[in-house]
Design a protein around this ligand. Structure first.
Ligand SMILES: NC(=O)c1ccc[n+]([C@@H]2O[C@H](COP(=O)([O-])OP(=O)(O)OC[C@H]3O[C@@H](n4cnc5c(N)ncnc54)[C@H](O)[C@@H]3O)[C@@H](O)[C@H]2O)c1
Length: 257
């Protein structure tokens, strides 16, 4: 029960990595505020947590809307009196060749600006006054190297890496740790769901993972939970690629070679 008496916010926690992270934090004692754009999905996550004996509630809304983030954080402070943990997880991917890509606003707002909005809101209302807190930003290995046909995603996730380092440097003096998890290919709706990757693209990606498989949402959640736990009390500014070894593979060399 690493998170007893802790209050956590997880954005995009109606599905995938965010949902499993919320479940894991709640199973280890945290009260979890479950944000998602999709109200039914957020409610289903909360129901799952409660049916396992955990504590959670819904914060339905667009994580990329700064006014909503400020109001949601104020609501959590009114009801819980503290926020110890923030997991900036909500993210979207739009696949298109660079020469045709137009979705800058949606992708940058959801994947990058939202992480700044929530970090700022939580820091000002809860963590700076308490002189402690732990934030994990979910980026991607696309934050450390490029993936073809995902220019908005790649740029936004590189931004998340910079955001993490900036906030770690600025807020260390307030006792706030800020770290980043960069998942490799992970089985969620984003990859294997109805509007996920096509089968050829998916198998080409898996062929380049030294461990030979996709990661699971649980494996990403475990890394996130470690980084927000007291066991990671001296870790800040860390960019952790959790990718089955993918970034260690020399480019151009296929696994079968
Ligand atoms: N699955 C992967 O292979 C993979 C790899 C690298 C990084 N990531 C990152 O992990 C994070 C989670 O991805 P996932 O695979 O679990 O995705 P997912 O699509 O399974 O879940 C994302 C959740 O975020 C919600 N969401 C989307 N936009 C939102 C918004 N504006 N406000 C609030 N909620 C919103 C969705 O409704 C959904 O419930 C994302 O930041 C993603 O970029 C995923």
């Amino acid at each position: 029960m690493r998170f007893t008496n802790r209050v956590a916010i997880v954005t995009g926690a109606g599905g995938g990595i965010g949902k499993v992270t919320a479940q894991l934090l709640a199973a280890q004692g945290a009260v979890v505020a479950v944000n998602d754009l999709n109200e039914a999905a957020a409610q289903a996550s909360v129901d799952d947590i409660r049916s396992s004996g955990g504590q959670a509630f819904v914060l339905q809304g667009d994580a990329a809307d700064e006014d909503f983030a400020i109001e949601a954080v104020a609501e959590v402070m009114r009801s819980q009196g503290r926020i110890d943990i923030l997991v900036n997880n909500a993210g979207v991917s739009v696949v298109a060749p660079a020469e045709d890509f137009v979705a800058w606003d949606r992708v940058l707002r959801t994947n990058l600006y939202s992480q700044f909005f929530w970090s700022k809101a939580v820091a000002k209302a809860a963590m700076i006054p308490a002189a402690r807190g732990a934030i994990v930003n979910v980026a991607s290995i696309a934050g450390l190297a490029a993936v073809p046909n995902q220019i908005g995603y790649v740029v936004s996730k590189h931004g998340v890496v910079g955001l993490t380092r900036s906030l770690a440097v600025e807020w260390g003096r307030h006792g706030i740790r800020v770290n980043c998890v960069c998942p490799g290919i992970t089985a969620t709706d984003l990859t294997t769901g109805p509007s996920g990757m096509d089968a050829d693209r998916l198998s080409a990606r898996i062929a380049r993972v030294p461990l030979g498989r996709m990661g699971t949402a649980r494996e990403q959640a475990e890394a996130i939970a470690f980084l927000v736990s007291d066991e990671a009390s001296y870790l800040s500014g860390l960019i952790l690629n959790n990718d089955g070894g993918q970034l260690a593979l020399h480019s151009g060399v296929m696994m079968s070679a």
